[in-house]
Design a protein around this ligand. Sequence first.
Ligand SMILES: O=C(O)CCC(=O)C(=O)O
Ligand SMILES: [Fe+2]
Length: 251
Amino acid sequence: MSDQGIAFNADFSLGHRHEELSARGWTVLTADEFADDVVGTLQEFGTIIPQFNGQTAFAITRKPGYEDLPYSQSMNRIGPHTEAPVYGPPPRYLALHCHHQATCGGGHTGLVDGYQFLALLERTEPQLHNWLAETPVEFVATAKPGEAAQRRVKEYILTPTEDGDIFRFSYNQFHYGDVNPSKEDLRQSLVANSSSPLARFAVLGEAYFIEHSTPVLIPDGSLLIWDNWRMIHARSRYTDPARNLTRYWLA
Ligand SMILES: O=C(O)CCC(=O)C(=O)O
Ligand SMILES: [Fe+2]
């Protein structure tokens, strides 16, 4: 290896990003920190795994057919959620590589700490917290809105594992009974006018997200990585059709 190669590796050490990810639950790598090697860089954080469609890289950009749906390939708002709660386990980390960020004032990826939300519930809503600890919740995911194939799982909102606690939350699931709801599912909310503990949990989670989340507008070329067992994320509505990101799931 040439001296230049050694200097290159030293300059591009990502130790501080690993630290930020574990301390805060999310980090942003600037383009110069990973020098175009997205896959090689992500492999420092985990193993890249297939998503709902079997692909390891998924385009988050506007596609026709989803105009009325809270779906990643629409320009609509997506409510607070953890990714792929129907997986056992869900992807440990999520990454979004931004090719072109929305320039319309929307399109923020919001993040908030789900463990902190649960800790607050334990203090302020002990009965609800107990209910969550004792009651598994069903999660359903249609791979793509309107398709027949579905995954389902019954899991606790917080599942302890040897590798860490897995937190699950899905606005779409709690309101519409599916992580990727269809237009029919959207006609009625299961949370509005419901007094069930799960509906209360959903409302409190949304309120916590609104009050405490950090909106991130990923700069062009940068890579946002977060801990999907810990953080709740969401997306604000946007109108710039050129917004274009690639999503990765890491085990
Ligand atoms: O578009 C975004 O910023 C994130 C969308 C989202 O939640 C996802 O793709 O999982
Ligand atoms: Fe998501």
